[in-house]
Design a protein around this ligand. Structure first.
Ligand code: AMP
Length: 215
């Protein structure tokens, strides 16, 4: 089963994708994570993407679709969860082709509906454990013991360089201009389902699980 999680930055796509990955043996394919790894490694893709990402703009369609193709070739367990891809109409077309070439189909497109005003606060307050990647938030989810990761006990945390208010505003504008217009395409194909992304994390997961059916 292959699914897309759609929604603006901070809607909870990454959080839900990791939960589905753990619960159902699906594989999260996050182009944002792939690009951040490329930037960290200083690869040619990373060098091209770094400034674009820091500005909150979109990396080229060709680069991200190539990354997705490579990851699909590496195998996607019991199915792929596309997180942060596709983000443009050209990427949506590329994904259809990438799947068709591999004899696969797209089963569901799940839009996390959120109140945009709440997103800036969600994003600007978030941070992760530098060791295990567990996600936290200044207001909504602090570690139980201040300065110590609940999961692995590590003491260092990090924040994404693009999680600042100015960049978040650009990311939202990009979403509205380039990503939101692909929603009607999937709606027309009968693939779109909407979920309340403002509900608490567990409820959002339950709503998605209900759409996907038994694992
Ligand atoms: P994310 O982690 O999904 O919020 O992505 C972080 C940044 O990576 C975005 O603001 C873009 O600069 C870039 N990016 C991630 N996925 C894509 C994509 N599918 N198309 C274009 N740029 C992307």
């Amino acid at each position: 089963m292959n699914i897309i999680l759609l929604g603006p930055p901070g809607a909870g796509k990454g959080t839900q994708a990791s939960r589905l990955e753990a619960d159902r043996g699906m594989v999260q394919l996050s182009t944002g994570d792939m690009l951040r790894a490329a930037v960290k490694a200083g690869s040619p893709v990373g060098l091209q993407a770094k400034a674009v990402m820091e500005a909150g703009e979109l990396v080229s369609d060709a680069i991200v679709s190539a990354l997705i193709g490579e990851r699909l070739d590496a195998g996607a367990g019991s199915g792929a969860i596309f997180d942060g891809y596709p983000r443009t109409a050209a990427q949506a077309e590329a994904l259809d082709l990438l799947l068709a070439e591999r004899g696969q189909t797209l089963d569901h497109v799940i839009e996390l509906e959120v109140d945009e005003d709440a997103l800036v606060e969600r994003i600007v307050g978030r941070f992760t454990c530098a060791n295990c990647g567990e996600g936290y938030h200044d207001r909504f989810k602090r570690p139980a013991v201040e300065g110590t990761c609940d999961v692995c006990g590590h003491h260092e945390f990090k924040r994404r360089p693009d999680d600042n208010e100015a960049t978040v505003r650009t990311r939202m504008t990009e979403y509205r201009a380039k990503t939101a217009p692909i929603i009607p395409i999937y709606e027309g194909r009968g693939l779109l389902r909407r979920v309340d992304g403002m509900a608490d994390i567990r409820h959002v997961t339950e709503s998605i699980e209900a759409i996907l059916g038994p694992a």
